[in-house]
Design a protein around this ligand. Structure first.
Ligand SMILES: *Cc1c(COP(=O)(O)O)cnc(C)c1O
Length: 465
């Protein structure tokens, strides 16, 4: 399997190199040259596999010969056993006759990001050990990627990690899950700015090709293909539990950077019968506006009860746009230039029609989110976090006409956003035992202004040490 950049001007890479590279040297995002696909018979034979065995089948075509078969299986066993504290790995919970929650928060940092990052940490280890090179991870987080990435790379020999978060805009549990990990290879950085500011600084570093080569810069944000790939598995897993491939399934996905819902799109390309995917957003509704109006245009970023989705530049949207314009890199580049120069662009008619065929979108403000947390507790006795509540509101608004199974992705554990949950429901969700002492652990964090040169200095200093 080879990977190509959406902007068409970066070299083709194999899986190992695409994992270590992250963003294309032309500023584009890597995607597989072709989508692998399963037949109906393939899928029928996969339907009762365990999570690990299913992951092995789904990921194999993407990894090609970058890992031996046995090596891949062993890695998946290590990833999806001990770190995940539920034997089903991604259990489904029934809310109503046709409504289901896919619980993606049983990993070490209590959000779905662990599914990809626990694997990515192991891939980095294996690939850097082959070359003996050290890599430098610089990432921006709206909360959950940071803790999951730090947890997955802490103490690893050939990996240094610098994680930027927008100061004061992540929940206390999210911050502490990052800043209480005190290791020589980990630096936490609080930036005076928004998540989009942090993401722009990281993109700035990736755009500096000399710097990039000097420090072996690597991405852990969902611009890294391996992250999307790992998330494809749980769409199949949920679909198979609920009757695929002989039955259609719909999904509602709490969305920020368009990574998770794009993984659903990939599952669909590979053959999973997905009737509809709901892009569920908070007030940061760039994608809901795009579906409604046909114009992709940035807006201001608002702080909400679901901070991991406080994003107005959905990076992975570029990946689906690439397919929507029949993989025409020049057309795609022109659209991306228009975002920078004119603040946005109009989707071509056919692209918009295709997008609306596959997806619906719904925006929830904070009061609708709180209301959904209370309603879910009252009707099903289940506490959900604010991001999941945005997903449930999306399913309710957009999937009422669909009679098959509707799965909302429960992207975080309610205790990760305890304050919002208490205010909406009066219940105090408890952290799992392994995190019970989080509030008494020591924190370490650097503070910086939103200034690329300061960040660059900090990383260079860190990398010579
Ligand atoms: C990251 C995150 C999201 C958004 O996922 P994207 O892949 O950025 O769309 C939703 N919910 C939670 C809890 C998250 O951590």
């Amino acid at each position: 399997m080879h990977y190509i950049s959406t902007r068409g001007k970066a070299p083709k890479l194999n899986f190992e190199d695409v994992t270590l590279t992250g963003l294309g040297r032309d500023g584009g995002l890597y995607v597989p040259e072709v989508w692998p696909a399963f037949t109906q018979d393939d899928m029928a034979a996969m339907a009762s596999l365990s999570y690990v065995d299913l992951a092995h089948k789904v990921l194999k075509p993407f990894i090609g010969d970058s890992l031996e078969d046995a090596e891949l299986l062993e890695m998946l066993q290590a990833t999806y056993s001990a770190p995940f504290r539920h034997d089903a790995v991604a259990p489904l919970t029934q809310l109503d006759t046709n409504d289901w929650l896919l619980e993606l928060y049983h990993g070490p940092t209590l959000a779905f990001k662990d599914f990809a990052l626990q694997l990515l940490g192991r891939l980095f280890d294996t690939f850097t050990a082959r070359t003996g090179k050290t890599i430098t991870i610089v990432g921006a987080t709206s909360g959950d990627t940071g803790s999951a990435a730090i947890e997955a790379t802490r103490g690893r020999d050939n990996v240094r990690i610098f994680m930027l978060h927008p100061k004061g805009r992540v929940s206390e549990v999210q911050r502490r899950q990052m800043t209480t990990i005190i290791e020589d290879n980990v630096t936490n950085i609080a930036v005076d700015g928004t998540f989009d500011d942090c993401q722009n600084m990281v993109k700035g570093l990736f755009g500096d090709l000399d710097f990039r080569d000097n420090v072996g810069l690597t991405a852990v944000n969902s611009i890294n293909w391996a992250r999307i790939m790992a998330q494809v598995v749980y769409y199949f897993y949920a679909g198979f539990r609920l009757g695929a491939p002989s039955r259609e399934i719909a999904f509602s996905v709490p969305t920020g950077n368009f990574g998770d819902v794009f993984a659903g799109y990939v599952a669909k390309q590979m053959g999973l019968p997905i009737a509809k995917m709901v892009i569920a957003t908070n007030q940061n509704d760039i994608l809901a506006r795009t579906l409604a109006s046909g114009r992709y245009a940035r807006g201001d970023v608002f702080a909400t009860l679901s901070p991991s989705m406080d994003i107005q530049a959905a990076s992975n949207f570029e990946r689906i746009l690439f397919d929507l314009v029949d993989r025409d890199s020049d057309q795609l580049q022109a659209m991306m230039d228009a975002v920078v120069n004119d603040g946005g662009f109009e989707l071509p008619k056919k692209a918009l029609a295709d997008l609306r065929q596959m997806f619906a979108a719904h925006r929830s403000d904070d009061s609708a989110t709180s209301q959904m947390m209370a309603q879910t507790l009252a009707n099903s006795g289940i506490l959900v976090d604010p991001h999941t509540a945005v997903g449930l509101a999306g399913a309710e608004a957009c999937l009422s006409g669909f009679n098959g199974p509707k799965v909302t992705l429960a992207t975080a554990h309610p205790a990760k956003f305890g304050r919002a949950v208490i205010e909406a429901t009066g219940r105090d969700p408890q952290l799992p035992d392994h995190m019970a002492d989080l509030f008494s652990r020591t924190e370490a964090c650097e503070n910086i202004a939103c200034d690329l040169s300061v960040l660059r200095e900090m990383i260079l200093k860190g990398s010579s040490a």
